[in-house]
Every structure is written in structure tokens, then in C-alpha cells.
Design a protein around this ligand. Structure first.
Ligand code: FAD
Length: 281
């Protein structure tokens, strides 16, 4: 973890673009609350195959107009180079200079007709087209990406993104701090010294978290699963336990020198604010 200690500890918050006027209004309130914490940036997700292209753009411009740094996510699966070039140019013209570069996932059964296969190709393309304009953030998987056969290959693939020009990484969420520490040590041994920012998923309910974790390859440790299952529909107990566990995780990560935390807010302020209030900093 030594090399991570030189990076400042900053917070960032991730949102999905709202689809309805009600969603947009409620997101404004959420973002105002989180903006008070002086975040490094707010990021906005991008639907696979460009399905939220305009919504993501609008949400990003709205954030930027409030004086907060905005980092749009951009996934390349099923996209052409012309498509991506146009999006990059549009962001550049609007003064956006952070981007989260991803491959994305196509809905099952859909074939990709795109010109990019993996995120490292997108990172290389962004650098080729726009030089050093963008700070490029990429995804990292301390618990191994679900489609990769093993951790060694997955790590090599992560390094390709760094070699292609990524400036920082945000991890998939995890609840095993050791997986993160091991991943960061592997980075150090490979000469990777960009910030590897832990992605934090607050726990507010169980069934959706369980389904989502199965899909994205995030492990919910057995002791946590058993405890969460035992609460059944008792949402209050789930939230109290989740708050305790995730606050302790965050505290450990920061004490060990993690370069900040990136919160998957799910467009809610309260769970993230409660965790941050618990951190003794
Ligand atoms: P890659 O780095 O391309 O990796 C994908 C898989 O391919 C891995 O198994 C890897 O080992 C393998 N691989 C990579 N490169 C090579 C190569 N050159 N040769 C062979 N194999 C290779 N999804 C969205 O649709 N929209 C979002 O906004 C979004 N935001 C995200 C934000 C974060 C912080 C994270 C962690 C994930 C996000 N995702 C998002 C999900 C992400 O798109 C998926 O996890 C996707 O499956 C992989 O994307 P990636 O950029 O990590 O892909």
C-alpha cells in the first residue's frame, strides 16, 4: 500500500442519469447535499450501447454548471470510433476534462457490431484523439472480473489500460478489504502507481444487492450474507448492520492509505452521508 499513500484522499460520488422529471428533481437535492462535502468529482453512468447517451450528457452538463467537476462514464461496447469521437469532442467543447472509460456490457444475446473490444482500446483511442485533455479513470477488479478465467490474466488486462494511458482507477465494490490490499500490492510490484480508489457500495437492502453482486462478481462474505438473511424484511436492521460494516471497511481502507473513496450512491444521499459521518477523520 506504500505507493498509494502519496495520493491525496478524496471523495467522489457516482450517479445514474435520471429518466423522469421527478427523478431529476430528487437528484438535485441529493447532489446538493453531497456537494457540501467538497468532492473531487461527481460521475454519471452511461448505459450499455449508448442507451443513456443524451441523459448522461445532460446530467454531466448540469453538474458542471454548478461548479462541480463532472466525470462522465463512457462505455465503448457496440460503439464505432466515429460515435466515440463525437462524444469526446462534445465533452471537450463543454469543458469536461475527466472521463471514466469502460467497455460496458451488452444485454445477453445481443451481438456487438462495434469497433472496440476492450476498455484498453478505448483508453488508447481517447489518448490518440485528445492527447492529455482528459484525466482517464478506468475500472479495476480486486475480486477479479466475472468474465475472466483467473486473477493473473485479469490483472494483465488491467495493466493494459494503465499502459494505454489511464490516470486513475476506481474499483468494483467489495466487502473484503484484503482483496483490495492484495490488488494494490500487485500494482506496486508491477510498477503501477496511479491512484486505485476503492468503490464503495452502501448496504440498504439485501435481495437487490445479492443479485447485483452475483452479476458483477462482488463477493458478499458468508458471515455478512448469513446476518443479512437473518433480518428478512426488517429493513431497519439491514441498514444499521450495513452502515456499521461499510463504515468499518471505509475506515480501514483510509487508515491503510487508500487514495479516497468513490461511492456508488444509487442516487441517494443518506446512506453515503451516514457512512462519512461515521469516519473518524
Ligand atoms: P475491460 O477492462 O475491457 O475488461 C472486461 C473483461 O475483458 C475482463 O474480464 C478483462 O479481463 C477482459 N479483457 C480486458 N482487456 C482484454 C484484452 N485486451 N484481451 C483479452 N481480454 C481482455 N458499465 C456500464 O455499462 N456503464 C457504466 O457507466 C459503468 N460504470 C462502471 C464504473 C465502475 C467504477 C466499474 C467498476 C464498472 C462500471 N461499469 C459500467 C461496468 C463495466 O462496464 C463492466 O464491469 C464490464 O463488464 C467491464 O468493463 P471494463 O471497462 O472493466 O472492461
Amino acid at each position: 500500500m506504500q505507493s498509494q499513500k502519496k495520493h491525496p484522499q478524496l471523495y467522489s460520488f457516482e450517479f445514474y442519469p435520471p429518466k423522469t422529471p421527478e427523478g431529476a428533481a430528487s437528484l438535485q437535492i441529493v447532489q446538493d447535499k453531497l456537494a457540501a462535502l467538497n468532492p473531487e468529482f461527481f460521475s454519471v453512468t452511461f448505459g450499455a450501447g449508448g442507451s443513456t447517451r443524451d441523459l448522461t450528457f445532460d446530467a454531466v452538463i448540469d453538474i458542471q454548471s454548478k461548479g462541480i467537476t463532472a466525470a462522465p462514464h463512457l462505455s465503448c461496447v457496440a460503439s464505432t470510433k466515429d460515435n466515440i469521437r463525437a462524444i469526446l469532442e462534445n465533452y471537450r467543447a463543454h469543458g469536461i476534462n475527466n472521463i471514466v472509460a469502460l467497455r460496458g456490457d451488452l444485454p445477453s444475446g445481443m451481438m456487438s457490431a462495434g469497433e472496440f473490444r476492450y476498455a484498453n482500446e478505448l483508453v488508447g483511442f481517447i489518448r490518440q484523439e485528445t492527447d492529455d485533455h482528459f484525466q482517464i479513470h478506468v475500472a479495476a477488479y480486486p475480486e477479479v472480473h466475472p468474465q475472466c478465467a483467473n486473477g493473473v490474466e485479469d490483472f494483465k488486462n488491467f495493466k493494459r489500460k494503465v499502459d494505454a494511458g489511464a490516470n486513475a482507477a476506481i474499483t468494483q465494490y467489495f466487502y473484503n478489504a484484503e482483496a483490495y490490499f492484495y490488488f494494490v500490492d500487485a500494482c506496486e510490484k508491477s510498477g503501477i502507481d496511479i491512484p486505485i480508489v476503492p468503490g464503495i457500495m452502501p448496504i440498504t437492502q439485501y435481495s437487490q444487492l445479492f443479485r447485483f453482486s452475483e452479476m458483477c462478481g462482488a463477493d458478499i462474505p458468508r458471515w455478512m450474507r448469513k446476518r443479512l438473511e437473518s433480518y428478512g424484511d426488517d429493513r431497519e436492521s439491514i441498514q444499521a448492520f450495513g452502515l456499521e460494516v461499510v463504515s468499518t471497511l471505509c475506515q480501514r481502507l483510509l487508515e491503510a492509505g487508500a487514495p479516497g473513496l468513490h461511492f456508488y450512491t444509487m442516487n441517494q444521499a443518506a446512506p453515503t452521508l451516514a457512512i462519512l459521518a461515521n469516519l473518524q477523520r
